[in-house]
Design a protein around this ligand. Structure first.
Ligand SMILES: [Zn+2]
Ligand SMILES: [Zn+2]
Length: 349
């Protein structure tokens, strides 16, 4: 089977890997789609995402959906051919974070397509993937695999919105209108937020955020969000830049809250520390998600339509072109790799 591999030397190749087999309690999935994430793009361009550096060949990808191709012994509740979204995390279940119901903070967590550990955790941009059966989440009837491909990024956005607290009627700023920022806009709207202001450097991304529910659009290179009238109660920083975070620090009202969900550049980030102090800003990190995955699938099957964010599809063999396309924020948003798409799914492209 084919897999999209980033080598430590820097090359991105699509090469043969052994066909996986399902052990007891596992399932093999024919992957239909894999979404290219900002972290995949960081691995592609820099060989590192945040603090995680590629030191050996890594199959990229953690936003994957597909159909059950084989069931290991002892697997119940799943059927051959069933459409599923793959939960990308496997946690230890024993550490303090796991025991306290915060498994997404498990330091032993093994996340698909991640260089956090060595040996690296091989990812899902493959024709087939084997995972523990409980990580295969069945899709509701009628939900397309293409739509479900947004389950992982939507879970990240949904977790960030939950970290923002009660948003009912509140004015919200979202800096960065990539897929995570735009999905956060949609999740915040669904959670009852009042006015939602979104900032980005490209009109293309802002247009998508508007389709996902943003009320006020700000070109971050032309004006500051805090120049806009009205109090900003909460900010979600989804650009992963110091400039974005400092915009949030300037923009939120005294006592306001900031949720940092964008992955910042490796190392130290210079921030407006004294404004953090004298406005008593609550600055919260937001890292991945865990139990939100099932909720995210249900919301994507009903209230939230992510289709505007899916800008391109490429076959797995064209992965390099897909990665280059996804890197151009003036025209791309979520780019999907296509492995074994459903006939019905590919007709709506
Ligand atoms: Zn992702
Ligand atoms: Zn743990």
């Amino acid at each position: 089977m084919l897999a999209c591999v980033k080598r430590a030397s820097g090359e991105l190749v699509v090469e043969q890997r052994p066909q996986p087999e399902a052990a007891t309690g596992e399932v093999v999935i024919d992957i239909a789609y894999g979404g290219i994430c900002g972290s995949d793009l960081h691995y592609f361009h820099d060989g590192a995402a945040g603090e995680f550096t590629i030191t050996e060949p890594l199959v990229l990808g953690h936003e994957v959906v597909g159909r059950i191709a084989a069931l290991g012994d002892g697997v119940t509740g799943l059927a051959l051919g069933q459409s599923v979204a793959v939960h990308p995390a496997e946690v230890c279940g024993e550490c303090a974070a796991c025991q306290e119901g915060q498994p997404h903070l498990c330091r032993a967590s093994r996340y698909l397509g991640s260089a956090a550990h060595t040996p690296h955790i091989q990812g899902g941009f493959t024709e087939q993937l084997v995972v523990a059966a409980e990580r295969a989440f069945p899709l509701p009837a009628g939900m397309t695999l293409r739509r479900a491909a947004l389950a992982e990024p939507f879970s990240v956005a949904y977790h960030a919105v939950r970290r923002a607290g009660d948003l009912a009627g509140k004015t919200l700023l979202v800096t960065g209108a990539g897929p995570i920022g735009s999905l956060a806009v949609a999740a915040a709207k669904q959670a009852g937020a009042g006015t939602i202001i979104t900032s980005d450097l490209t009109d293309h991304a802002l247009g998508l955020a508007e389709q996902m529910g943003a009320d006020v659009l700000v070109r971050a290179d032309q004006t500051e969000p805090h120049e806009h009238p009205g109090q900003i109660d909460v900010a979600i920083e989804a650009s992963g830049t110091a400039a974005g975070l400092n915009s949030c620090i300037r923009a939120v009202r005294p006592g306001g809250r900031i949720v940092q969900v964008g992955i910042l550049p490796p190392g130290t980030t210079a921030i407006l520390g004294n404004a953090l102090v004298n406005k008593e800003i609550q600055l919260h990190g937001s890292w991945r998600f865990h139990t939100e995955f099932a909720d995210a699938i249900a919301l994507l099957a009903s209230d939230i339509d992510p289709e505007p964010l899916i800008s391109h599809e490429f076959d797995l063999v064209d992965a390099e072109l897909a990665f280059r396309t996804a890197s151009d924020r003036s025209s791309a948003s979520k780019v999907l790799l296509r492995m074994n798409p459903e006939p019905a799914d590919s007709s709506d492209v």
